[in-house]
Ligand binder design. Structure first.
Ligand SMILES: [Cu+2]
Length: 177
């Protein structure tokens, strides 16, 4: 008998059959949820429209300003409220640290929503519904949207963008059809 004889313990007992089954289940589940991601990218009904353009922050700001000027109907705490007609191109701008303008949309109408950032990476979350989209500066992302429920929604930034990030909360209004 060797002087290095190993004492029995949890580290050298064979893996129990039930534990092997659990490891197998966990492995299969890992593979399944990894595969779901690319599959969902094709069959999911909330995917982005894959339409985007390169644009400078200044040019995106100019487009947003022109849009606001065209359809402005009011102002809340210094932020323009804009009521564009159904079917139109609408613009939402992320900047440190606000989303503007406040969009006033109509339930059931379809819009081409442009999303852009004029300074750094932001990400948009429409609360309380589960919609998230990353907005990288230098791009104009176009999402075709049709609001299905009426009400007031919070527009939250979910990508840390500096000291005022937590206060970067905008508003989206959907009027009933
Ligand atoms: Cu942020």
């Amino acid at each position: 008998m060797s002087i290095y004889a190993v004492k029995p313990g949890w580290w050298n007992t064979p893996v129990h059959r039930e534990e092997k089954i659990w490891i197998g289940v966990a492995l299969v589940w890992c593979i399944a949820i990894t595969l779901i991601m690319p599959v969902w990218h094709v069959v999911g009904d909330q995917n982005s429209s894959q339409e985007y353009y390169r644009i400078s922050g200044d040019n995106y700001a100019a487009l947003t300003d022109a849009f606001i000027e065209q359809y402005k109907v009011g102002e809340v705490q210094g932020i323009a409220v804009v009521a564009p007609p159904p079917g139109s191109d609408i613009f939402l701008r992320g900047a440190q640290w606000q989303w503007d303008p406040i969009l006033k949309l109509t339930q059931g109408a379809t819009y081409r929503l442009h999303l852009g950032s004029v300074d750094m990476v932001h990400a948009i979350s429409i609360f309380p519904i589960n919609i998230n989209f990353e907005v990288v500066p230098g791009y104009d992302y176009v999402l075709t949207i049709t609001p299905t429920s009426a009400g007031e929604f919070r527009v939250i930034c979910n990508e840390f963008c500096g000291i005022g990030h937590h206060g970067m909360i905008g508003k989206l209004i959907v009027d009933p059809a």
